[in-house]
Design a binder for this molecule. Structure first.
Ligand code: ADP
Ligand code: MG
Length: 459
């Protein structure tokens, strides 16, 4: 059969399945069951021509990983199955459907995909990589993790809604995936998992097409609704209204609702009180920055998942030097693995240092005008008031926050920052920096405001 298949230009779907099964069975023999599950089980074949074969990965992250680590394995397997060599191409669902590309290496990278091209419902596809097994639990995320496990075991009954909040890159989307994976594969439930941005886009396209019945039918007839990054509702009153009714319908039918956000509900600007209070009906839990021990454990876990030999002292070095966002820690390990492949050397401390240096050099630099503008908006004071020398109490805190953020996010010296914000010297900036660090340790609300400003500025 294969011989006839490969001579044809238009290979049918069932023939592609047949070829894929053959290739995957070759690969299965040489990788571990866990590797197979994570990287290979989610692939499909897009096309087979005389010269090439194109595989589609669910997201850019998996595509990059396959490309850097398993290209030769694929070439060999393709040769074995098709009896001739082809160029192996990896694409993504996103590229196939012609959507804008998202930055690599994030859980969000499971870019929303059109599950069924005739639908305009954009769902995030299943991704086994983001499972509970691959999630490292520490003091920073213990409650959120336990609640997510409980929800996946007793949907609609444990905590409803479950609202998880935390700064960017701390594992919120990972937990949503993990819940979704369990609900779909173990419980065979119908779930809807999508980013808030997609919900808003779908809402807008429904206004144009006036197809409200199918919109409502879709969101209100599901066993679970998992909505990521609800802070993005801020600018769309109509979709918040629609979501409010969806929420009520699902809640009354005891269907599970899980929501994530970069801050607690009351800090989402323009979110109506009735939604804020509904979000508090269930369980609200935050994810904090990971402690050094948790970051070391995460670095080691990622390295072992990706088959990199990362000695404990190197994992510690990474965890000590990459302190906030876990996505950055993960990016560092991916870089190490690529460097290891290119140089064909094992990972050395020098290499680890270089990767950390490069990563800190690559950070988006923020300019001080943007900081001042963001602070002025948040605290309803004018830019000129912030830059003035006036010492009224209502100006002191925003000014100190502007100094703290400028020191953290810009490349400017203490002198320059002081000069720019109120004509102060460097000791005022140091004082502001220490003050804000102390205050935000004691005052969670202030901490959320600062974290939110920080992530907005770096976006
Ligand atoms: P968020 O949605 O909060 O911005 P993500 O869920 O996208 O963050 O996480 C960013 C990356 O960090 C993901 O690749 C995720 O797997 C990883 N990550 C975050 N926290 C953990 C953890 N506790 N254990 C393992 N991986 C983690
Ligand atoms: Mg996320």
């Amino acid at each position: 059969m294969l011989k006839t298949i490969v001579q044809k230009v238009n290979v049918s779907e069932s023939e592609k399945d047949f070829i894929l099964k053959g290739i995957l069975s070759v690969i299965k023999k040489v990788v571990t069951a866990q590797q197979f599950d994570i990287w290979f089980s989610c692939l499909r074949i897009l096309s087979v021509t005389d010269n090439s074969i194109t595989f589609v990965a669910p997201n850019n992250f998996i595509r990059e990983w396959l490309y850097s680590n398993y290209k030769d394995l694929f070439s060999g397997a393709v040769y074995k199955v098709l009896n001739s060599s082809r160029e192996v191409i990896f694409s993504t669902e996103e590229a196939v459907f012609g959507q804008a590309s998202a930055p690599p290496f994030s859980a969000n990278d499971t870019v929303p995909t059109i599950m069924n091209p005739s639908d305009d419902y954009y769902a995030i596809p299943l991704n086994k990589y983001y499972s509970f097994e691959n999630f490292v639990v520490g003091p920073c995320n213990r409650l959120a993790h336990a609640a997510a496990v409980a929800v996946s075991e007793s949907p609609g009954c444990a905590y409803n809604p479950l609202f998880i909040h935390g700064a960017s890159g701390l594992g919120k989307t990972h937990l949503l995936h993990a819940i979704n994976n369990v609900l779909v594969s173990k419980r065979m439930m119908k779930t809807i998992f999508l980013s808030c941005e997609r919900f808003v886009n779908h809402y807008i396209s429904t206004i144009r097409s006036n197809s409200w019945d199918s919109f409502r039918e879709l969101y209100r007839n599901t066993d679970a609704l998992l909505l990521d990054d609800i802070q993005l509702f801020e600018n769309s009153q109509g979709s918040r209204e629609e979501f409010f009714h969806t929420f009520n319908t699902l809640y009354n039918a005891r269907k599970q609702i899980v929501i994530t956000s970069d801050c607690p509900p009351e800090f989402i600007a323009s979110l109506e009180d009735r939604l804020v209070s509904r979000f508090k009906w269930g369980l609200l839990c935050g994810i904090d920055n990971a402690t050094i021990e948790t970051r070391i454990a995460i670095a080691e876990k990622k390295a072992s998942l990706w088959g990199i030999n990362l000695p404990h002292e190197y994992a510690t070095y990474l965890a000590e030097n990459i302190s906030g966002n876990i996505r950055e820690l993960e990016g560092a390990i991916t870089r190490l693995s690529k460097e290891e492949k290119i140089t064909k050397n094992t990972v050395t401390l020098d290499l680890v240092r270089k990767v950390v240096r490069d990563l800190s050099g690559n950070k988006k630099t923020v300019n001080i005008e943007a900081v001042i503008e963001a602070v002025s908006k948040r605290f309803h004071v004018s830019v000129s008031q912030l830059q003035s020398k006036r010492r009224t109490r209502s100006l002191t805190l925003p000014r100190q926050i502007a100094m703290y953020l400028s020191r953290k996010l810009t490349n400017m010296s203490l002198m320059e920052i002081g000069g720019y914000i109120g004509g102060r010297d460097h000791s005022t900036v140091i004082h502001a920096d220490e003050k804000i660090m102390q205050l935000s340790k004691k005052d969670k609300n202030l901490l959320f405001i600062i974290q939110k400003l920080e992530s907005e500025l770096q976006r």
